[in-house]
Every structure is written in C-alpha cells, then in structure tokens.
Design a protein. Structure first.
Length: 114
C-alpha cells in the first residue's frame, strides 16, 4: 500500500440547516440527498458529507474536481464509503472516518494506492 495523502475538515452544522435546493444539488449527489433526507437531523448528515468531500478534495493528488463527483454513501453495515467519479482517481482507494454532533461535523480521509 502506497499512502498518497490525508485530508480533514470540520464544519458547523448550522451552515447546512437552510441551504436552498440549487446549492444542495450543486454539492451533493442524489443518493446523498436521499440518505440525509431520511434522517431526523438532516443538517448533521449533510454537514458530515460535506466535510468528507472537502477532506477528499484536500487529499487528492490533483485539483479541480466538482464536489458532486465525490460521493459519500454508507455500505450495508453503515460504514461510510467514498467514490470519486473521475478517471484520474481510478487507481486510488479511500478510508474515511466521519463524526458529527448537534453543532459540528468532522471527517478524516486517507488516500492510498493498493
């Protein structure tokens, strides 16, 4: 395993409480919006996914990628998984940890090659 980089981000949940549809659709995939929309505190789940995208963006070995091309969903066990829909990321793997409270959301990602 070759470690490429790490990334982290922290955000205030309140920033995600009243986002309009245009902004939500620019930042999040349909799957992310659907998942977050099923949760009691939607803003916490949006904030933590935004943190994850920002952490991934910071850790990628290239720049200029739309946030919608970075997707954070959960596997069957509930663990978060990252997919980057860009040919430059085809050989990259991601390990991510998410955490959120009522007020803050945080993510850390490790980007590596197998």
């Amino acid at each position: 395993m070759e470690i490429i980089n790490i990334g982290t981000d922290i955000e205030e949940v309140s920033r995600f409480e009243n986002l309009d549809t245009k902004v939500l659709n620019r930042l999040f995939t349909e799957e992310e919006l659907k998942y977050s929309g099923t949760k009691k505190n939607k803003a916490e789940h949006l904030a933590v996914r935004y943190c994850a995208k920002e952490a991934v963006f910071k850790a990628l070995p290239f720049d200029k990628i739309a946030f919608k091309k970075i997707q954070v969903i959960n596997d069957k066990s509930g663990a978060p998984i990252v997919t980057v829909k860009d040919k430059r990321a085809k050989d990259l793997c991601f390990k991510i940890s998410l955490s959120h409270t009522k007020n803050f959301a945080q993510a850390v990602v490790l980007v590596y090659k197998k």
